[in-house]
Design a binder for this molecule. Structure first.
Ligand SMILES: [Ca+2]
Length: 400
């Protein structure tokens, strides 16, 4: 798509928030104009680094004027207002999910360890996940999901690279000890790169997983392959009822997806790494084909579903994705920023970037349960960041 210099200079976001019904019309023009735009401006607010970038990869398919015109004033209005370090001394923290007491379980990709971290920042090492191997790239110990029934079953779910495959396994964690290891889905092809790896329980109670194409792009279009897909399964690793092909496969045509989240309407959003042109934010529907490798970003090939948003890879390269208070947040690695994308009734509003360059590469972002806040992890100790082991952090972002 064309990327001509943008004529609109975005002023402070509060100006946008104060738009009246009358000026909402011009806001619509704003977002329409950004369809051909690029970075508009960068500004800093007191206490918080806040780089606002308008017009990254706006796609002309949805009416995102709704981002500033929805009634009630409750939709998508909070923004990052403060950031602080919760915990230091991490090495590529990757999977993160919450226990009922508000503490988090966190995996480290290359140490294969599982930790528990309280909201107050107390870290306890729980143990090492067995059978994990590094891929000297993007594999290792990846996603983590806590059973929705954890108080009863003490189950946690992990996705990792093993000697011969990538796999999804179940373990027990009773609050103290890591126990029984049960493979649920094996035989997902692995490679140094493109291993996907996010795990998430959906509002329907089923477990979703993202798998990469393992550097074999054609697998993404092969409905019988587990690679380059979003998978949906029962807690036993069986195809969830209603899956489009009667298998684990939920959607196809993905390259290296690592972000999954559901919005307030229960819609599934996904973030994935593009190759060298465009990263994507997709609205996922069962049985749809998201294009890779025929398309990277938006295209007009029949049968392919276009992304809702796309970014140049140096602006994003998104891993984690989470929904909070009317927006999705993408943790960008190469882009070294946190993207906030308003979610509207019909699509997305204009993305804004926060903390650009301030914390290096970002990996995982998760909404803190019961709080208007996010936890955000860095991934500077990976091969892309080149920082020593122990140099990563867990950060807390307050929304206001
Ligand atoms: Ca795509």
């Amino acid at each position: 798509m064309a990327r001509a210099p943008h004529p609109f200079r975005q002023t402070r976001r509060r100006t946008l928030l104060a738009l009246t019904a009358t000026t909402a019309l011009s806001a619509g023009l704003l977002t329409a104009t950004t369809a051909t735009g690029n970075a508009a401006t960068t500004h800093r607010t007191a206490g918080t680094s806040h780089a606002a970038t308008a017009g990254s990869g706006r796609l002309p398919s949805t009416a995102d004027a709704g981002a500033v015109t929805l009634p009630g004033g409750h939709h998508g209005r909070s923004v990052p207002s403060a950031i602080r370090t919760v915990s230091e001394g991490w090495s590529i923290p990757w999977g993160l999910d919450w226990l009922p007491d508000g503490s988090a379980l966190i995996t480290e990709r290359e140490t294969f360890k599982l930790f528990r971290l309280t909201q107050a920042g107390k870290r306890v090492e729980i143990g090492t996940v067995p059978n994990v191997v590094t891929t000297n790239g993007e594999g290792g110990l990846l996603g983590l999901a806590v059973s929705p029934n954890w108080k009863r079953d003490h189950h946690i779910f992990l996705m990792h690279s093993a000697e011969g495959d990538n796999r999804i396994v179940r373990m027990t964690y009773d609050g103290t000890t890591l126990g029984e290891y049960t493979p649920l889905v094996t035989g997902i092809k692995k490679y140094n790169y493109h291993n996907g790896g996010r795990l998430r329980f959906g509002p329907d109670g089923y477990l979703y997983a993202t798998t990469g194409d393992a550097f074999q792009a054609a697998l993404a279009q092969d409905k019988t392959s587990l690679n380059g897909k979003i998978l949906r399964m029962t807690a036993e690793g069986k195809p969830a009822p209603g899956n489009p092909y009667g298998s684990l496969v939920y959607s196809i045509g993905h390259r290296n997806p690592q972000g999954l989240t559901w919005d307030a309407q229960g819609r599934l959003w996904e973030a994935e790494f593009g190759n060298n042109a465009f990263d994507e934010l997709n609205l996922i529907k069962p049985g749809k084909n998201y294009g890779w490798p025929t398309c990277e970003g938006q295209c007009s090939t029949p049968g392919m579903t276009n992304p809702e948003r796309q970014w140049k890879t140096n602006e994003a390269s998104p891993s984690g994705l989470t929904y909070a208070d009317g927006a999705v947040y993408l943790a960008a690695q190469r882009g070294q920023r946190l993207w906030r994308v308003p979610i509207t009734r019909t699509g997305t509003g204009t993305p804004e970037a926060y903390y650009t360059g301030d914390y290096g590469r970002l990996r995982t972002v998760e909404k803190v349960p019961g709080a208007k806040a996010l936890w955000l992890t860095t991934t500077n100790a990976d091969f892309g960041g080149g920082q020593p082991a122990g140099s990563d952090k867990v950060l807390r972002v307050d929304l206001r």
